[in-house]
Ligand binder design. Structure first.
Ligand SMILES: [Zn+2]
Ligand SMILES: [Zn+2]
Length: 181
């Protein structure tokens, strides 16, 4: 099983659809808590572990996808990426917010807190805690989706310019300039 490491260029489909799969796992976890599946009570912890394992594996695949070139990403490249970046501005903004150190720390604390809270509160508050942890998990799925969008549209991301990064010229010179010059 050394093949993944040897070819970082090939990302898996699982990695490509990781944000969607992650979202689906959360949705099914929510559904299962509302309509308990017909499994014996003693198997429930096993199921929780399986769900968490699946989530972790999906996040690992997501990271692997982020590092390589993905065929699906290439084939799904929008014809007008600049316009796509504009219409996905909310996702791009979210990625930039989380990558900022201060906000990133606050966000991470919120996620960790939201995951722990259901175990700490009395059972009367469990629904509230559950809502918080579910929305935290959903925001992680949204972040994964946003990061995938950002990675693809980065050359056209209007917010990347502000970070003084690569110094890539953000403005495409208008054709009229070269004509009159
Ligand atoms: Zn992809
Ligand atoms: Zn950016």
């Amino acid at each position: 099983m050394g093949s993944w490491a040897e070819s970082p260029a090939a990302a898996s489909r699982w990695g490509h659809y990781a944000p969607h799969i992650f979202g689906a796992i959360i949705a099914s976890a929510v559904l299962m808590s509302i309509v308990p599946p017909p499994v014996p009570l003693e198997l429930r912890p096993l199921m929780s572990i399986a769900i968490v394992a699946l989530m972790v594996a999906t996040m690992v695949e997501n990271r692997r996808h982020d590092r390589g070139m993905c065929e699906v990403c290439v084939s799904e490249m929008p014809l007008n990426p600049a316009q796509a970046a504009e219409s996905k501005l909310r996702r791009l903004t979210f990625v930039h917010l989380v990558s900022e150190r201060q906000f990133g720390m606050i966000y991470l604390s919120f996620i960790l807190g939201a995951m722990i809270v259901p175990f700490l509160v009395p059972s009367s508050l469990r629904i509230g805690a559950f809502v918080i942890s579910t929305s935290a998990a959903a925001s992680v799925a949204y972040l994964m989706l946003s990061q995938a969008t950002h990675r693809r549209l980065q050359p056209w991301c209007p917010l990347c310019g502000d970070q003084g990064g690569s110094g890539v010229d953000q403005e495409t010179p208008a054709p009229i300039d070269s004509l009159s010059g």
